[in-house]
Design a protein around this ligand. Structure first.
Ligand code: ADP
Ligand code: MG
Length: 295
């Protein structure tokens, strides 16, 4: 579904250039439900906006299904955004119409694209747990309920790919669990590929695969050890710990052999811009420069 290789995104302001993505690699299979975690400023939103067609990539390869987002024309991009991809933000208020009902809100994108399917709109609201509230006006719903309406809206045009940027960022833990449960359900019912971006480790532990992004590069990948664990979201809640307990961690190595060594490791070993590397037949050992060390 997604294939990024060497993806670069540079933001240019007056006299400053920010390299938000520095040659990022990411592959996502069709039908996957996965998360991307990373600290604030690591490039998560930039990646998602690029995948969603809201930001143009600067260089590298970025393909979503049959679309090449580096080469896509403006005309096709409009089509791509309307038909292939759905988007959910942390704060969806700007995309919701407060004086329309939940159902009318879900039907709005269908009206805009000329294909209204009321039964499907109702089905979506049922899947997100709002069957009883679909005729309520948006402003009568709680923040968590509005977020679930936004989830239904994002799927109204039957996208193949759903992108969610910090979808649980402004809700409490109970609502966050509920929302993650809904993502799993939508993934199963519709087969829609879902990519969730978050800085919340506890949320990341509820999906099969997590890719960590650091300084605009994918650095580590966590793959669930036992797919039966955590089905009901009953994972350890300790931030950071949960992930290690159920996921196997792998360092991402790109096609030309580059990988990212955690900054803590480097500073612990006193490695700055050079290191010694040995291969003992089984392991690769990186140490502070030998010949340059000492005096
Ligand atoms: P995250 O979502 O992980 O917090 P972002 O993708 O928002 O990170 O930002 C990555 C980097 O790119 C940051 O250094 C940020 O300041 C910069 N950045 C993001 N958007 C813009 C923009 N529109 N103009 C200039 N710099 C930007
Ligand atoms: Mg962000």
């Amino acid at each position: 579904m997604i294939d990024c290789e060497g993806l670069v995104k540079i933001y240019k302001t007056d006299d400053l250039e920010v390299v938000a993505l520095q040659g990022l690699n990411l592959k996502v299979e069709e039908g996957e439900l996965m998360a991307i975690i990373g600290n604030s400023g690591s490039g998560k939103s930039t990646l998602l906006n690029t995948l969603g067609g809201l930001d143009r990539p600067s260089a590298g390869q970025v393909k979503v299904g049959p679309w090449d987002l580096l080469k896509i024309t403006e005309e096709d991009l409009v089509k791509y955004k309307r038909e292939t991809v759905g988007f959910i933000w942390q704060n969806n208020a700007r995309n919701l119409l407060p004086y329309l009902s939940a159902l009318e809100n879900v039907e709005m994108p269908m009206i805009l694209s000329g294909k209204v399917d009321r039964e499907y709109a109702k089905q979506l609201l049922e899947w997100v747990g709002l069957k009883e509230r679909m005729h309520n006006k948006l402003h009568q719903l709680s923040g968590g309920e509005q977020q679930r309406v936004a989830m239904a809206i994002s799927l109204s045009n039957r996208p193949k790919l759903l992108l969610a940027d910090e979808p649980t960022g402004s809700v409490d833990t109970a609502t966050s669990d509920l929302i993650m449960g809904i993502f799993r359900r939508l993934n199963k019912e519709l087969g829609v590929t879902i990519v969730i971006v978050t800085h919340d480790m506890t949320l990341a532990s509820k999906v099969d695969r997590v890719v960590a992004i650091r300084d605009g590069l994918t650095s580590t990948e966590f793959i669930k050890r036992n797919p039966n664990i955590g089905e009901g979201g009953e994972l350890p809640q300790t931030p950071g710990k949960g992930l290690q307990q159920v996921h196997e961690a792998y360092v991402v190595v790109d096609r030309v052999g580059r990988l990212q060594v955690p900054k803590e490791f480097l500073s612990e070993l006193g490695i700055k811009d050079k290191a010694s590397m040995e291969f003992d037949g089984e392991r690769i050992i990186i140490t502070a420069p030998k010949s340059l060390g000492g005096e």
